[in-house]
Design a protein around this ligand. Structure first.
Ligand SMILES: Nc1ncnc2c1ncn2[C@@H]1O[C@H](COP(=O)(O)OP(=O)(O)OP(=O)(O)O)[C@@H](O)[C@H]1O
Ligand SMILES: [Mg+2]
Length: 478
């Protein structure tokens, strides 16, 4: 299989993927109690930055996995289980640095990953998120090299990498504001069963469906170029970082879990945002902590609707189990196995998994205790809510975010959840302007399931006349 070869992964990425690999192997709903090595490879290979065999060699050497090539089986050891549940083990990261050394990205601070240097994301932001690197600095660190994009954006260092490509911090040179640029690149290299045209067509469909949504808890997409060698999206820069980072910080600096009141607020914001998106017939399909971002006030800005659908195989292409770029831990069984259409209930499931992870600091497995048993601060009312959100059978689950909200409000009165002053935002306009209800819906067809929303042609972009000197001068001011 073709590998991503333009950007090397960070230690953080590899350690995250190694944990993910072990967590997935522990899911007996996927594999049963005995895990076949070849089945596991088929399932996991597409989601990993380096080869499945490479991870296995490393994990076996460190005693995290037991592998029996004769029987074609693999099992996670107790040590591996602890790591997969998020327990910190300093030697794990160091072992990764040593084993994968030649294939790791050197961090932006110039450190050697083999010396166990901190991952790039942790190493850089001593300055505020608004600061742009000075030109000299950018030259010293190739990852942070600045480059003009689309004639009006400056692209700075990479923030992180996902299944489609890389997200960079950037700046709109005309407005001077900070933005994020997502460059779609790897997907062209590692997805061989789709043509470039098909990938771009799906990307356009999903991006347009997302950008038609308007909600305080959804991240705005401002611009796109689908015709560039590597198509890119320009979006709000989420200054509050991601839920992934927040949960990680809670583990290393705090109590180990997110505070319950804050988790409930995030849950409510996600519920309302998704209830609205589902009302517009847009299903997210790729909910996970990396896609739950935050603005500077600490409110949720959900992003990447439909990005998992870009690499889906169509019905006539045989897919053994899950193939694609999503994250199996958060996927509803029907999405993972392709047994039923992915609808709002799949987002309910993924949100239930996120809820458990926020409340307990770990992902739920078959034998995991209920949230209130895993964390004594969690009220028992949330156990039922979590349980019903994550039933395997769609019909046993809540069918919509509205049902989850109903249950939540029946279990709690809103003033138990929300403190004074936090109900300032309406989620339905009580005094809508005349004719507002007749306004066309954002994505009238089933955009979430593959329709092409009727919107302005993105190929028609405003012509902006700015001389090169103007732009150079603006960049020099940074
Ligand atoms: N607009 C943004 N502002 C700040 N950080 C962002 C923004 N968009 C993405 N990120 C961060 O950049 C990293 C890479 O994002 P990307 O979407 O490429 O991958 P992902 O979320 O891990 O996976 P997926 O491709 O499935 O969405 C993630 O850690 C994400 O939280
Ligand atoms: Mg993402």
């Amino acid at each position: 299989m073709a590998r991503r070869n333009d950007g090397l992964p960070t230690i953080e990425k590899i350690s995250e993927e190694a944990r993910f690999l072990m967590r997935t192997l522990l899911r007996d709903d996927l594999f049963g109690s005995v895990v076949s090595l070849s089945e596991a490879e088929k399932l996991l290979e597409p989601s990993l930055s380096l080869g499945f065999a490479d991870y296995c060699a490393f994990l076996k050497k460190g005693g995290y996995l037991h592998i029996d090539r004769g029987d074609n089986t693999v099992a996670v050891s107790d040590r591996g289980r602890r790591i997969s549940e998020g327990h910190e083990d300093p030697t794990f990261q160091q072992d990764i640095a040593v084993h994968f050394s030649p294939r790791l990205r050197r961090d932006e601070g110039g450190g050697d990953p083999a010396a166990g240097g901190a991952p790039a994301r942790e190493a850089t932001p001593a300055r505020g998120p608004d600061a742009a690197p000075s030109p000299g600095e950018a030259m010293r660190h190739p990852e942070g090299a600045q480059e003009m994009v689309g004639g009006r954006y400056m692209r700075y260092e990479a923030i992180g990498q996902g299944g489609l490509g890389t997200v960079f911090r950037g700046k709109n040179l005309l407005l001077g504001n900070l933005i994020a640029i997502k460059e779609v690149r790897h997907v062209f290299e590692y997805v061989s069963y789709l043509s470039r045209e098909e990938i771009v067509r799906r990307l356009r469909r999903e991006v347009m469906a997302q950008s038609a949504l308007e909600h305080p808890n959804l991240l705005a997409v401002h611009d796109v170029d689908f015709n560039a060698t590597y198509p890119y999206l320009v979006m709000d820069f989420a200054r509050g970082g991601s839920l992934k980072e927040r949960m990680f910080r809670a583990k290393v600096e705090g109590q180990g879990t997110m505070p319950v009141e804050i988790t409930l607020r995030y849950l409510l914001q996600l519920l309302y945002a998704l209830e609205y998106a589902h009302g517009e017939k847009v299903v997210h399909g790729n909910l996970k902590p990396e896609n739950v971002l935050f603005d500077r006030m600490g409110n949720v800005k959900l992003t990447d609707f439909g990005m998992g659908r870009i690499t889906e195989k169509s019905a006539d292409q045989p897919a053994p189990v899950y193939v694609g770029m999503g994250t199996p831990s958060y996927m509803a069984p029907e999405q993972l196995h392709g047994t039923a259409a992915v609808g709002p209930a799949a987002d309910v499931y993924a949100l239930g998994i996120l809820l458990y992870e926020m409340l307990t600091g770990t992902l739920p497995g078959r034998r995991s205790p209920m949230p209130s048993k895993a964390n004594k601060d969690v009220p028992e009312q949330l156990d039922d809510l979590f349980d019903k959100m994550t039933h395997d059978r769609i019909e046993d689950r809540y069918q919509s975010m509205s049902q989850v909200l109903d249950h939540l409000y029946r279990s709690y009165s809103p003033d138990e959840i929300l403190d004074r002053g936090s109900l300032l935002l309406f989620h339905v306009d009580p005094l809508p302007p005349a004719g507002a209800e007749e306004a066309p819906a954002a994505a009238e067809d089933d955009a979430g399931a593959g329709g092409e929303p009727q919107k302005a042609d993105p190929a028609i972009t405003a012509e902006i006349r700015v001389s090169k000197e103007d732009l150079d001068a603006m960049a020099d001011e940074d």
